[in-house]
Design a binder for this molecule. Structure first.
Ligand code: NAD
Length: 252
């Protein structure tokens, strides 16, 4: 799909990887609809991007079904069509499922800690994907849905919630690639490794340093490197149902 003049919706578009994607699409002449729960950050991002392209912000929580349905209705009203969705919004709330000392259980991951990550990363991706597919069908044009998974989908210590959500996101992308092809909608996922953003800046420096040493190319990834992969998927009409690991070789 040629990107110029297409309407690209990016969730979590106000910062980190989402903002890098927005900048990449803006440089290709896309029209942008950015969804984010952080209104202030969203306004700043829209003001910056507005210098180069048409952009609208939609401040909403992707875990709220009514908000998501209304948000996509507004996007259709404002832009007249939806061509691309990048389901990028995500959160981390790491913790061990259980901790014990000398045979006594000292801590558990709370239900809320588990559920909040599943709600944003998995349920939010489902809700936005469903509404975007409806909007794409309504637009009577080809569509592409890209979901941002993570190499944590393989399963990580301290990430019961995050790993499960990201494995779910990868599986859902493959399912959608089969289910939506009949409507001329492609779907794929990108599974980044450790990328330098606010999300990773929140990690313990020792843990980050340890991870960096494990990456075969010897460094963290850059947001632009993930954005370039997302752009490649949109532009190549024969890409469908794949999960692209962009991780400097970390998950090999
Ligand atoms: P980030 O925290 O910098 O940005 C995430 C954005 O999502 C924020 O702007 C936040 O406000 C928004 N958001 C959070 N909850 C939301 C909600 N309920 N509704 C709407 N918006 C919401 O994170 P990032 O590092 O840019 O990560 C982007 C995506 O990439 C996430 O899905 C993350 O899991 C994934 N990922 C990141 C890395 C990494 O190393 N940074 C690695 C693998 C995967």
């Amino acid at each position: 799909m040629e990107i110029k003049d297409k309407v690209v919706v990016i969730t979590g578009g106000a910062g980190g990887l989402g903002l890098a994607m927005a900048q990449e699409f803006a440089s290709q002449g896309a029209r942008l609809a950015l969804i984010d729960v952080d209104q202030e950050k969203l306004e700043r991002a829209c003001a910056d991007l507005g210098a180069t392209t048409e952009v609208q912000g939609y401040a909403l929580d992707i875990t709220d079904e009514e908000d998501v349905v209304a948000g996509f209705n507004y996007i259709l009203e404002d832009f007249g069509q939806v061509n691309v969705l990048v389901n990028n919004a995500g959160i981390l709330r790491d913790g061990m499922m259980i901790k014990a000392k000398e045979g006594l259980v000292t801590d558990r991951m709370s239900f809320e800690q588990f559920q909040s990550v599943i709600n944003v990363n998995l349920t939010g991706t489902f809700l936005c994907g469903r509404e975007a597919a409806a909007a794409m069908i309504h637009s009577k044009q080809a569509g592409v849905i890209i979901n941002i998974s993570s190499i944590a989908k393989a399963g990580n210590i301290g990430q019961s919630n995050y790993s499960a959500s990201k494995a779910g996101v990868a599986a859902m992308s493959v399912g959608w690639s089969k289910e939506l092809a009949r409507y001329n909608i492609r779907s794929a996922a990108v599974a980044p490794g450790v990328i330098a953003t606010e999300m990773t800046a929140g990690m313990k420096p020792e843990a980050l340093e340890r991870l960096e040493k494990m990456v075969p190319v010897g460094r963290l990834g850059q947001a632009q490197e993930v954005a370039a992969t997302v752009k490649f998927i949109v532009e190549n009409d024969y890409v469908n149902g794949r999960v692209f690991e962009i991780d400097g070789g970390l998950s090999m």
